[in-house]
Design a protein around this ligand. Structure first.
Ligand SMILES: [Zn+2]
Ligand SMILES: [Zn+2]
Length: 158
């Protein structure tokens, strides 16, 4: 469309009126010159739309990190509840199946919670690093505690 025209030197950059346009912003259709043309994933963006794009990207990542943090802490809570159940509600005479179920209830959430927390920390931007760190720490602590119980249990068993 207008790109055709601009390539023939007719269009002018909408930001720098003196510069000939070398492309058209895919987002708003503004002409861009070689100075302000930015190619993102093969698409041309003008300075204004680039800024919006970056802002949106940061916002999405922030949401992502927040989600990871919330999930990480929630999963720790699930694992912790199972740990309490294991300590206070499961009699020592309970069957192996019960112990396996409770063990899985502690182990699975804490491992997944740990991974999600680390994934959250791996996000470059976002304001929920603290939440992710708390999630990672709590889940790691729960995991270590659980493994400690198992090892002690095995040693006593022997
Ligand atoms: Zn634009
Ligand atoms: Zn320009």
């Amino acid at each position: 469309m207008d790109l055709q025209r601009s390539e023939h030197g007719i269009g002018r950059c909408s930001t720098h009126g003196d510069n000939p346009a070398v492309g058209v912003c895919v987002s708003c259709g503004a002409f861009v010159c070689s100075v302000c043309k930015t190619v993102v994933h093969g698409r041309i963006l003008c300075p204004k739309c680039l800024e919006e794009h970056v802002t949106k990207l940061k916002r999405d990542q922030a949401h992502g990190q927040r989600g990871f943090g919330i999930w990480s802490i929630s999963l720790f809570a699930v694992g912790f509840v199972f740990l309490l159940v294991n300590i206070f509600a499961v009699p020592e005479t309970a069957s192996d199946t019960v112990f396996t179920l409770v063990g899985t209830g502690i182990l699975a959430p804490s491992i997944i919670g740990l991974v999600l927390g680390i994934l959250g920390l791996a996000q470059k931007t976002g304001s929920s690093r603290g939440m992710c760190i708390v999630g990672v720490t709590l889940n790691a602590a729960l995991l270590v505690l659980f493994l400690f119980f198992i090892i002690v249990g095995l040693m006593i068993g022997i």
